[in-house]
Design a protein around this ligand. Structure first.
Ligand code: GMT
Length: 379
């Protein structure tokens, strides 16, 4: 097949999934065309059958706002015709699904299939904005297939947007050849030495884009409680709007000597291996791809009840789920886990088995491939 993929190419779960999926499709022999504002950040190597097409948004003075959506649609239509694409996979309803539909209308080839994947914020945040609801609904209903990364996101989409078409859940996946427990102890020891973390201290980790919905302040509050009785350090990876406030909060609570801010890191694998516990305490989270990556690397997760997190963690079996905002309960679960080696090992073992069963890359790539094929054959 000849597949076009459009996503936000910057660091973020939706771009990661779009890129990994494209790489896997290319490895299966399909021709893959990324059409985006820049080369997706995880697309490191050169692959024979992967092509990238960059959109340049011109900022003419006649425009009050640069026309990203129109430029992108135009570029997608060019690529559809030039390379005779069979399907285009649009990640995010807004604006990408709408761009895909517009591109199909603009192109000569009118039978290109459109698959849209909903990732989260396009529904859970934008879906509350009445000025966008019709556009989101249009994007979903005019795509040939719409998928959602969790059941929870699917339900929320039906509640908020009420599309008349079907939405299918296809979970996110992780490439086990990169995210695994290989050399976990060695990497842990090396990083502890590099960061000045004592070898017997436990490590709590969080990574995100530090947006308000990530509730990073709850991570600090639970860590503050934990640090009163447990020898532990906190590691933050990532950057974003709340980072400055979080740094200040850490200082105010006098936790700066046991807290480490790593900043933006495109390869976070080593930090997942350093972590004993991974925290994701968001108020909105459709899936939590970073948490799944951390779990593949052996870090036991504690997540909030938001969105699809409870579809990834099985409470009490592969980690713990706590109500959004209940940081005392977070601290109490961590304490319980870190004070009981048998419990920690049992949960970690269950977790590694479970994630490999339910979020296996090949199985999920098969699902997407079958969906592409079903559009082409019209079945
Ligand atoms: O979490 C973010 O803010 C980034 C966002 C994105 O657009 O990349 O992530 C969303 O898509 C990921 C991949 O499907 C999901 O794992 C994240 O849970 C989802 N984020 C939210 O729902 C807030």
């Amino acid at each position: 097949m000849k597949i076009g993929i459009t996503c936000y190419p910057s660091v973020g779960g939706s771009g990661v999934i779009a890129t990994e999926l494209g790489i896997q499709m290319a490895k299966r022999g399909h021709e893959v065309h990324f059409i985006a504002s820049s080369v997706p950040f995880r697309l490191g190597n050169n692959y024979d059958n992967i092509y990238t097409h960059k959109t340049e948004v011109n900022d003419y003075s006649v425009f009050k706002y640069p026309p990203y959506d129109i430029t992108l649609s135009s570029k997608i239509s060019e690529v559809i015709d030039e390379f005779d694409l069979d399907v285009i996979h649009m990640h995010y309803a807004i604006p990408h699904a709408v761009c895909g539909i517009l591109a199909r209308e603009m192109s000569v080839k009118k039978d290109v299939g459109i698959i849209t994947t909903l990732h989260g914020t396009d529904i859970t945040v934008l879906g509350h904005d009445m000025s966008l609801v019709n556009a989101i609904k249009f994007g979903i209903e005019h795509s040939d297939i719409t998928t959602s990364v969790s059941d929870s996101l699917k339900v929320e989409t039906y509640d908020l947007i009420e599309p008349k078409s079907q939405i299918e859940t296809v979970y996110n996946f992780v490439d086990e050849s990169r995210f695994n427990t290989e050399d976990r102890d060695l990497i842990k020891a090396q990083l502890k030495e590099k960061l000045g973390i004592p070898s017997d201290a436990k490590v709590i980790m969080h990574t995100s884009n530090f947006r308000k919905i990530k509730n990073v302040n709850h991570v600090v509050k639970s860590f503050e409680l934990l640090a009163q009785s447990v020898n532990c350090h906190l590691v933050f990876v990532g950057d974003g709007p709340d980072l400055y406030a979080i740094r200040q909060m850490v200082k105010d609570k006098n936790l700066q000597d046991i807290t480490h801010f790593i900043g933006q890191e495109t390869d976070v694998t080593s930090y997942y291996k350093l972590a004993d516990i991974f925290l994701l305490l968001s108020s909105k989270e459709s899936f939590g791809l970073a948490m799944l990556e951390a779990m593949y690397c052996g870090a036991v997760p504690i997540g909030s009840t938001a969105g699809g997190i409870s579809e990834v963690i099985k409470h009490g079996e592969t980690g713990y789920i706590v109500d959004v905002g209940d940081y005392q309960q977070v601290a109490s679960h961590i304490k319980q886990l870190l004070n009981d080696d048998d419990l920690y090992k049992r949960i970690q073992e269950n977790m590694l088995i479970d994630v490999k069963e339910r979020f296996d890359m090949d199985t999920i790539v098969d699902q997407y491939e079958a969906l592409y094929q079903s559009i082409m054959t019209g079945e």
